[in-house]
Each structure stands twice: as C-alpha cells, then as structure tokens.
Design a protein around this ligand. Structure first.
Ligand code: SAM
Length: 322
C-alpha cells in the first residue's frame, strides 16, 4: 500500500466519465459555453480497467462517478456494469439531476443507492442565471423519483454572495422536509476563480456566515463524520442533518484520501496541484506490466497533496470531476 508521511493513502476514487456537461455554471465555466466531450476520452472499457488496476495498485475502496455530467455520457451503462462487479465497498454518483428521471432505471439496476445532486437554488430564474442550462422542475422531479425508488440523496449547493444567499434557508427547509441531506460547498478557487481573486472574494460565503444564517432559525449540534470526510456535519435535532464542505474555513488536506481520474486518462492526486500523471497508455497493457508503472505514478500523485490547506487550482472542475 502506498502511504505518505502523514499516514494518508488513496481510498476514494473519483472518475470524471466525460468532460461534457449540459450546464455551464457561472463559477465553473466563465465563458458560458457548455463543454463537449474531449476528442481523446477513454472508452468505458479502458476506464473500467483503470478502476480495476487502481483497486489493486492503490487500495481504492469507494468510487464516485462524476464529470462533466455523467448522465450525458453514452459510456455510463457499460462503465457501471463493469465496475459493479469489482467488489467495491461503495459506488455513488454526482449529477446535476437534469437526466435523473430518465436514467433512474439504469442507475437502480447498476446498484447505485446514493446520489449527490447539485442544486444551487429553488428559484427558477436564478437557476437559469447560475446553471445556464437545464430546467429546475425537471431536477426536482428527478430527485423525487429517485427518492421514491429508495436512493439516498444529498443535495450540493454552492452558496454565492449576490446570487443565491437568499436560497440557503429555502433549500435547507426543502431538504429537511424530504429527508435529503443538504451539503453546502464553500466556493473553491478553481479554474478562472484561481486567477481572479476579486471575483472569488466577491462571491465567497464562509462556513461561519452559513452557520450564523442557519442559527437564526435552527439550533444545531456538530455531528459525527468519518475521519477522512470532507464535510463538517451538523444535526438539527428532530429534523435532520446538513453539512458544509469548508475547503477554506476548515481545510481537510491532512486526512484527504481522494484520487481523481479524468475522462482522458490523467490521474490527479490533489485539486490544488497542477501536476497530473497520464495512465491512459497503461490501460492497454496486461496487469503485470501496468501495475508496477501505475504504482510509481501513484507515489508521485500522493506527493502532490497539500500538507495543510487547499490553495486553489487552475483546472476547471468539469474537467477533473467535482
Ligand atoms: N455535473 C455534475 C454535477 O453538477 O454535480 C458533476 C460535476 S460538478 C463539477 C461537481 C460539483 O462541483 C458540483 O456540485 C458543482 O457545484 C461543484 N463545483 C464546480 N465548481 C466549483 C467551485 N469553483 N467551487 C465549489 N464547487 C464547485
């Protein structure tokens, strides 16, 4: 097993199935252009082989399928069928929910039981302004159907000053009423926001600001979370839980166990590092040749992790997977 001086190792793999997305969120793609799939994306079979090799070489236990938007990818079914047979502890998926109702039978059949759905507002016009694609009612219906089918749902919201702060309480109430767990994600200095500090600071909302807002209405207690969890979790007694992924306020680099594989075959050990390591060529090789080379790259990828805190990254989230 590859372990660093801080005792960290890779347990959680995030795969960006495609960089294509049917949204163009303001904080993710500044020019408003929806991303299409890269020319050189790996096939479903190569990606699944990548997962199998990474389970062996790094000790991956949990897989999250993300993107881009994973539900737009024609590779989804073949990839999920293959990884479903690998004995992973957990397979989950992050989606914007636009195609959720349509793809639900496929997800249920593939054994997916946990979904993260990104939703930044319940206001249809603000939704169009932030996502620049899709339709709010379709997302809400999709979550409803997924929940009725027994899926556990977490809702991801990125609070943005001047755009959706008025939605913190409505979204929290909406989620508490339905048994969804709301996760606020502090805005991250990724892509254009890594270069433009002013744009970042103008929109950034901190953990403390969120807690004071929520504290005006609800009493909350800090709740348990796994050691390598990225979210600080809270319980509102008798009502439910919410969490905050507080990259800036409570950095979690010291316990980070995440590894990312892009749709074009690049391994990323850290969102905050511009280093990446190409494994696409190893995926055509037999196991005995691929594994030693992969292990050497994994040592480098683990070395890319920050010691203490996230400091921003030039990569666009849609390319690397959120
Ligand atoms: N399309 C899927 C979705 O919408 O959930 C998966 C990919 S998306 C890049 C994953 C998550 O990253 C979303 O919840 C999105 O809000 C979040 N995200 C993207 N850019 C971000 C940023 N700069 N700071 C914080 N979260 C960001």
């Amino acid at each position: 097993m590859i372990v660093d001086r801080q005792g960290r190792r890779f347990r959680n793999l995030r795969i960006s199935l495609t960089s294509a997305c049917n949204y163009a969120c303001t904080y993710c793609v500044p020019n408003g252009k929806r991303l299409v799939a890269a020319q050189d994306e790996l096939s479903a079979e190569a990606m699944a082989r990548g997962v199998a090799y990474l389970i062996e070489a790094a000790g991956i236990e949990r897989l999250r399928i993300t993107g881009g938007e994973p539900l737009v990818s024609p590779k989804l079914e073949a990839f999920m069928t293959a990884v479903g047979q690998m004995g992973l502890e957990d397979i989950s998926l992050t989606t914007n929910g636009q195609l959720l109702a349509k793809k639900l039978p496929l997800l249920v059949n593939a054994g997916i039981r946990r979904l993260n759905v990104s939703l930044d507002t319940l206001d249809a016009s603000a939704f169009r302004g932030i996502a620049r694609g899709g339709d709010l009612a379709t997302v809400l219906d999709g979550m409803n159907e997924a929940s009725a089918a027994g899926m556990k749902i977490k809702v991801n919201m990125v609070p943005l000053r001047g755009q959706n702060l008025d939605q913190v309480m409505p979204l929290l109430d909406y989620c508490l009423e339905r048994g969804y767990e709301l996760r606020f994600i502090e805005l991250m200095r990724m892509g254009h926001l890594a270069k433009d500090s002013n744009a970042f600071l103008q929109q950034f909302v901190s953990l403390q600001q969120l807690l004071s807002l929520i504290g005006e209405r609800y009493e909350y207690l800090q709740a348990d979370a796994p050691v390598d969890a990225t979210a600080v979790r809270y319980e509102i007694p008798g009502q439910g839980h919410f969490g905050v992924i507080a990259n800036e306020s409570v950095p979690f680099c010291r316990t980070c166990s995440r590894l990312r594989l892009s749709s074009t075959g690049w391994l990323h050990g850290c969102l905050s590092s511009s280093n990446r390591h190409y494994i696409g060529d190893l995926l055509d090789k037999p196991r005995h040749q691929a594994l030693p080379a992969l292990q050497r790259l994994l040592v480098k990828a683990l070395g890319d992790k920050q010691e203490v805190a996230f400091s921003g990254g030039a990569t666009v989230m849609k390319i690397i997977g959120g």
